[in-house]
Design a protein around this ligand. Structure first.
Ligand code: ADP
Ligand code: ZN
Length: 713
């Protein structure tokens, strides 16, 4: 086959099965390399689109593509996602019975499967088919798990080293979102794919807005944040189990749909919370870091860190769970000194205490940054960003610098007067002249600096003290109850007239520009938006329809359509099958199975005659051609539409009472089978239940044709 032929085929499969018109980043190169039977190592950020890199070649290979994946919990979702796109896939793992497992092997033997997901520890069960007669490609997902250099080493991955020896001529594709240079080298070495071509994409998650706020009055800030984002899924990470529960309770009393999740809950409860979140039934999960692994939900719209994470790796991984569908997502971190102190305490005494504290310091620097946060984040991972990102709070609302010498002098002299024995809270109390019990007990109301800073708010003093610490004018003695102490620089300020520059505190009103979205940054589709007719309302209706279908089919809503696809449907308002198929994320199967319902929803929303006639047109054109005596095949060629689309027109025409010889297209026995299914299933709206009920033996278009008969006759 010529190169252009292969490329045509790639693009046509990309649209037919995945619903996309173009590849992202390195996808096309990777797919072509795999099809050339060369090994690859793919490093792409979460949400970058790794799956297509092996799922698309899998469609073109003769044999099976084996996908090694560490998390059994994820396999089902991935297989459901593939099935929803009309791709034959399954998984093989220890959760299945012997009968189920042998049924799968039978499907491999009869070449009925394109992709098979397997956990490394279950590979032994596939011995009979682990040869090049059956296997055309091996994909190793989360490949960093093989390396003890990586952050998530799994011993079971080490046995993958033997695979290449068993399948020497089979292309291997190893994929991961995180791997530094050492880990990358280790991966290819351990997998014995030293000559693998490496594709490394930027680590940057441009669609995630970054924001850090001081942790004052967190709960009311969070409630406000959530209320501004109705129905958006989000995760709130907390340090302790207790906080997750308290916070979830608080949110619930504020009529927010939230649940707690932590390792202290039993397995059943945890699975229930996770599933309910993935299926859009629970809007928010308040969780410890135990939550997130094994969640592929693409429509998480925001991630909040109620407490500061231990290190930047953890932070980046956690915020990375937002916006996997490429739409904008928001990461909000609350910064508090109490957290820093607590995390230091956790670290102290650990075998790698120094490393942990150094990592915590980097996290602290990120939180207190006065320059572009994304630059800091990416530089931590060894990637340099040329320009400021324009999509973090610092870029959007740059801190204003002023001469803070007098403020600094006041703080440092209070530290001095309290004999370097008191922590930040007491220093602020004394500056503000607070008459609380602790102050009075120590007799601090008599010291010289008492009450010299009444005019400045508590949280602002805190903000200034943190800056002095960062600039080295004072420090926290963690081993002495976190007392603030002077440094060699302090004297310069107190006695030698050194000037101190400070930044003004930023008010905690939500940064408007962040909410509105930085228009220049995110790529927009070039298609012109149609005038808005209460667009939000339409989106809500589409979202509810998606939810209804997801319940009927028992798959997560984001697998029916991603938020990105739903948004495009909202914007473009397709009212015919052809237009529906043009939407990114709508492939052939999804158009056939879901198209009618979505189109009906849009039409009922629009309620305009003009648009109704537009919808009728395409069906009537088919009718004219049918009446002229053309076959389905001929009409399909003439109209450049798939024959399934033409069949769906035929079904509609018949339902509307038009003169169609319907039994030319569907047999009596098919109609009877569908009639029985309809009774047994209690008239479901979607076609999938019929398809399953009839053992996947009757094509969707036939089901549709049969239904038109059942409903009319
Ligand atoms: P990863 O495994 O890298 O985290 P996925 O493969 O799950 O990412 O893809 C993330 C999202 O991007 C999915 O919703 C997927 O359907 C979508 N996507 C992938 N490739 C494309 C593309 N070429 N065009 C549009 N969307 C895409
Ligand atoms: Zn920035």
């Amino acid at each position: 086959m010529s190169i252009t032929n292969i490329q045509d085929q790639l693009f046509s499969n990309l649209k037919t099965y995945f619903g996309y018109d173009s590849f992202r980043m390195n996808q096309q190169d990777i797919v072509e390399t795999v099809l050339n039977k060369q090994d690859c190592l793919v490093i792409m950020p979460t949400g970058g689109g790794k799956s297509i890199c092996f799922q698309l070649p899998a469609l073109l290979f003769k044999g099976l593509t084996l996908v090694i994946s560490p998390l059994i919990a994820l396999m089902k979702d991935q297989v459901d996602g593939l099935s929803a796109n009309g791709i034959s896939a399954s998984y093989f793992n220890s959760s299945q019975s012997n009968e189920e497992q042998s049924a799968i092997i039978d499907r491999v033997l009869s070449a009925d499967l394109k992709l098979l997901y397997v956990a490394p520890e279950s590979l032994a069960g596939l011995q009979n088919i682990l040869n090049e007669t059956y296997i055309s490609c091996v994909a190793i997902d989360e490949a960093h798990c093989i390396s003890s250099w990586g952050h998530d080493f799994r011993p079971s991955y080490q046995q993958l080293g033997f695979l290449k020896k068993t399948l020497p001529n089979t292309p291997f594709i190893a994929l991961t979102a995180t791997a530094d240079k050492a880990t990358r080298q280790d991966i290819v070495k351990q997998l014995h794919i030293e000559n693998a071509q490496q594709f490394i994409s930027s680590f940057d998650r441009q669609n995630i807005a970054l924001e850090v706020r001081a942790a004052n009055d967190r709960i009311s800030q969070i409630i406000k944040f959530i209320k501004q984002r109705p129905n958006q899924s989000g995760i709130i990470y907390c340090l302790s189990r207790k906080t997750t529960e308290q916070l979830a309770k608080k949110l619930k009393t504020n009529k927010v749909s939230a649940e707690a999740y932590h390792a202290g809950l039993n397995f059943e409860k945890r699975s229930k919370v996770q599933e309910s979140f993935v299926y859009d039934k629970t809007q928010i999960v308040c969780a410890t870091v135990a939550f997130g692994m094994g969640i592929d939900k693409s429509n998480v719209r925001w991630v909040i860190h109620y407490n500061m994470p231990k290190n930047i790796e953890g932070y980046y991984q956690e915020i990375g769970r937002g916006g996997r569908d490429g739409l904008k997502a928001h990461a909000l971190l609350f910064h508090s000194y109490a957290d820093v102190i607590q995390l230091r305490n956790f670290a102290s005494g650990a075998s790698n205490e120094e490393v942990q504290i150094a990592k915590l310091d980097r996290m602290k620097q990120f939180s207190e940054a006065t320059t572009c946060r994304r630059k800091i984040l990416l530089s931590y991972f060894g990637e340099l960003l040329g320009e400021n990102c324009g999509y973090c709070d610092v870029c959007i609302n740059p801190p204003q610098v002023f001469d803070g010498t007098i403020i600094a002098q006041k703080i440092l002299s209070a530290v001095y007067r309290l004999q370097e024995k008191e922590a930040m809270g007491m220093i602020v109390d004394v500056l503000r002249g607070s008459q609380n019990a602790a102050v009075l007990a120590k007799g601090y109301q008599g010291v010289r600096t008492f009450g010299i800073g009444k005019d400045i708010a508590w949280k602002h003093w805190q903000h200034f003290i943190i800056q002095l610490i960062n600039q080295g004018y004072c420090e926290i003695a963690f081993h002495k109850h976190n007392a603030l102490q002077l440094t060699a620089f302090s004297n310069n300020v107190l006695f030698n007239g050194a000037k101190v520059a400070l930044t003004k505190p930023i008010e905690i009103t939500e940064i408007k520009a962040l909410v509105k979205e930085k228009k220049t940054r995110l790529k927009r589709t070039k298609k012109k938006a149609k005038p808005k007719i209460d667009a939000h309302n339409l989106f809500e209706r589409l979202r509810l329809l998606r939810y209804k279908i997801s319940q009927e089919e028992d798959i997560p809503a984001y697998l029916v359509f991603s938020d990105a696809t739903l948004k495009e449907i909202e914007r473009e308002r397709p009212m015919s099958d052809d237009d529906f198929l043009k939407i990114s994320g709508v492939g052939q199967r999804k158009m056939e199975v879901y198209g009618d319902e979505f189109i009906a929803e849009i039409i009922s929303f629009m309620g305009s005659k003009l648009n109704k006639s537009k919808k009728k047109d395409t069906v009537l054109i088919t009718y004219d051609l049918y009446k002229s005596g053309m076959s389905i095949e001929e009409i399909s060629i003439e109209r450049k539409l798939s024959s399934t689309t033409i069949y769906s027109h035929i079904a509609k025409l018949f339902s509307k009472g038009k003169n169609i010889n319907i039994f030319d297209f569907v047999s009596n026995s098919d109609v009877e089978a569908v009639r029985k299914a309809k009774v047994a299933l209690d008239s479901p709206t979607a076609l999938k239940p019929y398809f399953s009920y009839l053992n996947e033996e009757l094509d969707y278009f036939k089901i549709r044709l049969a239904l038109s008969v059942v409903d009319r006759l």
